[in-house]
Design a protein around this ligand. Sequence first.
Ligand code: GLC
Ligand code: CA
Length: 574
Amino acid sequence: MRTNDWYKYMSFYQIWIRSFKDGNGDGIGDLAGVYGKLEYIKSLGVDGIWFSPIYPSPNADFGYDISDYKDIHPDYGTLDDFKKVLNKAHRLGLKVIMDLVINHTSDEHPWFIESRKGKDNPYSDYYIWRDKPNNWESILEGNAWEYDEQRGQYYLHLFAKKQPDLNMDNPKVREEVKSILRFWLDMGVDGFREDVINFISKREGLPDGLPFLPVINGMPHYKDGPHIHEYLGEFRKVCEEYDCFQLGEGPMTTVRSAMNYLTGPTRSLDMMFSFDHMMADCLYTEYVHRPFDLRKYKSALSRWQYALAGKAWNALYIENHDHPRIISRYGSERLRRESGTSLAVSYLFLQGTPFIYQGQEIGMTNIRLKSIDDYVDVSSKTNYHKYNLKDTVERRLKRIHFSSRDSSRTPMQWNSSKYAGFSTHKPWFFVNPNYRRVNVASQEHDADSILNFYRKCLKIRRHSRTLIYGSYKEYFPDDKHIFMYERRLGDICYLVICSFSKFPVRVRIPHEFVGKKAKLVISNYHESSEDGHRIRKAAKAVLSSEVFSNDGMKDAIGKEWFAPYETRVYRFRF
Ligand code: GLC
Ligand code: CA
């Protein structure tokens, strides 16, 4: 039975196992590696782990092409190894959630192998077959239809060619999904992150999409499709028999459509990963780059914060296995520690459950490989070989340096020894050359490290009802350099200020805080720092009450200097 809201106070750590930690010395991350690092994960102050897929998979999309839903990839171990990890995690007080990928399988899944044999076998309607394809494009690999010689028809794949879409309209397929849910829930897992879950019901007749829109032209016909809530309702029923929670990934979801998943009679998810705030430097996908605009980041976050307030619960993240590293995008590699910590504060203290992706907590950054042939992510290959072909090789490669998901999939940097302590063997993929500087061991004992900063933030959040349950309000949404918001509950109010500027800036302080006594609960600069702008007391601060009358700002009269990417969180009692 669902006791319902234990996930609210929690935060989660995401493991992309192939690059997390190699336990048996073959260069590939695995469950033995995870087992040995559970104490580390616990030490961060998180309460749970989300495993990106660890099932058998030909790895056309690194685990998101599943060939057996009820087993473990031999590269990563066995079901028994998984049970050991699960039990130890539980002993440490960590929940474990699995990735549920049911929009598609691998083309090497036995269902597909059967299905492609012909139109009259028990699996023939497990997938979406047509004699004539429509004009949809896939998200990872060009055209969304692939001709299958054996069956003599086309099958739909919204992602890579090796990821045929399941036909969720077939009740037998939905029974299979329920059986997968039960399999893992009976074993004791605590919930699911449900992959591209808003895509699983396609509009009848599969009408053509817009002719000129690349990559997502068919989306209006498969996002939030006609039977989505009915199908998810069926899955929810199974999950409700257990004390588990469900988190949906909702590419391109709007707040409005998300509300149907999160509230009311069609409620089928506890949280949803949205993408809006990940498009502050790109358009729809990282394929189309534009300069980072803080106002886009802020307005996306605020939109979700306001809309869900009192009605639903946010899932907070700024990195995962699908996005390049956030410091390389929204921060500054030169001011890595400063921007990494300011970015951390910008989202960890929002309303919702925070997720931290492996390596984010030490400020890992993008990798820049010499040739497209060095990249392994299918979407990077597509981006390079299919779009903007008139660009020079240099420009195309630059695009990949900016956009590749491979940047978040390089081996975790544990220490400065060979292969970054990830393995004793040459790893399956390139280690970021900055590992000698950027690694867990070197940050472990540095009180000012990004790692220890994450620990402090998570601890502060975990111990504050205001930060977990309080209301949200943003200040100065038009400011190009500062993200400022408050969280308030009863007489306690936190004022969160993050600079996104490479230069010192003067920050306006809202009227009602000016001259009030406040406790500085955390900051990424302190007295001894050499920023040279200001020396101030780390423990207690009284906000400046200087009056500036010449700037025309009615609601802000106090001003404070903020160093590059400085962040401060104040706690007030009113
Ligand atoms: C999700 C996953 C991504 C994968 C895609 C197809 O967006 O996070 O890694 O490529 O779905 O399964
Ligand atoms: Ca291994």
